[in-house]
Design a protein around this ligand. Structure first.
Ligand code: COS
Length: 392
């Protein structure tokens, strides 16, 4: 497929010429540079990817302009375009990019000027790795069940508890940590606050590294009397739940972008294989069954793309809360990408399950996207509630 054909979806009116230029330049850069980053060891690869993405300027889309970013505030369409483009090339590169944005998102949205100046330019340059620490062993979808505690003590906040499934856990330079600060110990969305915790702070340790089917740096963290200065509070005390939700509203649409990138790559692979593979005296692409499958895949990708681009476009152009739109985009794009990739794998026959083939890797990469940053079931719940509220 020619370069223009690969990016034809950007002709939609949701985008402007800046987004089109961004996608074309990143697509070219990714084709030239990503294969040169060795992927043998995940931690090393991830650090190298963050450095490469930072040096090339792409991470400037993860922070506001005042701290070295491209846009005054985070531009959702640029995040979607970057993730879609990177995911089409390399899942770990998409992960490295996304976590710089998600991990520093609460800081960009609510941090003090001093904290933002200290960390965000480094995030943009790829000199500091960021992580978002929300989930706990007993609080994944149910954020209100967080038990990790923060208590004020003199000039410090003292954190105690655990966080798990933390992307970049173990390699991050700082963590945006959500903890219960109201001293109640009771379940609830009020009384949570967010804190910036630099790696290496005494009392913060990596309790366990977690291995998953598509290898990414992931860990369970332990906080034991971990003291951070009072000014490391992000946003207002007690407003942590809303800050987490505002951050997720932005990044859920970008998860949809990544799912689109994986699905587009699966379709690219399926088309190439169908044209190449001979059986029963013709090519796989000549069978109507293959054509129908390819037709379904292309349609599902376009449908998911429209929801994804709408969510990002609406936030960028209206500045309004896009909870409903980003939940729809994340749910549909990740679920459909799983189906598209599964069909692509099926079309490859035995080759599809051979370790090392592109579709085999996509099959493992896509699975977590239906779970992290709000599982499909949570998105359904959010969309249902928002629909009820909107019709009241
Ligand atoms: N933006 C800003 N504020 C929001 C918000 C959003 N997107 N969503 C909710 N809020 C506000 C609500 O308006 C409400 O405010 P008031 O108390 O002032 O009325 C408050 O936050 C509590 O909201 P709600 O009652 O909806 O909270 P619940 O505990 O019922 O539910 C769900 C929330 C399930 C939707 C939430 O916990 C969630 O998204 N869970 C998934 C989390 C997740 O993605 N986990 C994965 C880990 S991150 S990789």
């Amino acid at each position: 497929m020619g370069a223009a054909g690969r990016l034809a979806h950007l002709e939609l009116p949701f985008f402007d010429d800046g987004h089109r230029a961004l996608a074309a330049a990143l697509d070219t850069w990714a084709a030239q540079h990503l294969q040169q980053v060795p992927h043998a060891d995940t931690d090393t690869a991830c650090r190298a990817l963050v450095r490469a993405l930072g040096a090339a300027g792409w991470l400037r889309h993860c922070v506001p302009a005042a701290q070295g970013g491209v846009h005054e505030t985070l531009d959702s369409r640029s995040l979607v375009v970057c993730r879609e483009t990177l995911a089409r090339h390399d899942g770990l590169a998409d992960f490295a990019f996304a976590m710089q944005g998600l991990g520093s998102g609460p800081l960009s949205l609510a941090g003090s000027e001093a904290l933002k100046a200290a960390w965000l330019p480094r995030v943009a340059r790829g000199d500091a790795i960021a992580a978002f620490a929300l989930s706990e062993p007993g609080a994944g979808s149910d954020v209100a069940a967080i038990t990790c505690s923060a208590r004020a003590d003199g000039d410090a906040w003292v954190l105690d508890g655990q966080k798990t499934w933390i992307s970049n856990g173990g390699i991050a330079d700082f963590y945006c940590v959500f903890a219960r600060s109201d001293g109640s110990g009771a379940r609830g969305t009020r009384g949570l606050s967010a804190f910036l915790v630099p790696a290496g702070t005494p009392g913060l340790s990596v309790a366990e590294r977690l291995e998953v089917i598509a290898p990414h740096p992931l860990a369970r963290l332990h906080f034991d009397g971990c003291r951070v200065p009072r000014d490391h509070l992000l946003g207002a005390e007690g407003e942590g739940f809303k800050l987490a939700m505002r951050t997720l509203d932005i990044f859920r649409a970008s998860v949809a972008g990544a799912a689109l990138g994986f699905a587009r790559r699966a379709l690219d692979e399926a088309l190439a294989h169908a044209r190449r593979r001979e059986m029963f005296g013709q090519h796989l692409a000549d069978f109507q069954l293959t054509q129908a499958a390819l037709g379904d895949m292309a349609t599902e990708i376009d449908a998911a793309a429209l929801l994804t681009y709408r969510a990002a476009w609406r936030r960028d152009t209206t500045g309004t809360r896009i909870t409903r739109e980003s939940a729809m985009a994340k749910m549909v794009a990740t679920e459909q990408a799983q189906r598209v990739i599964d069909r692509a794998l099926q079309m490859h026959g035995g080759l599809g399950v051979r370790v090392g083939t592109a579709v085999e890797s996509l099959y493992r990469e896509i699975r977590a996207l239906r779970i992290y940053e709000g599982a499909t079931e949570v998105q359904r719940l959010i969309i249902g509630r928002e629909t009820l509220a909107g019709s009241a």
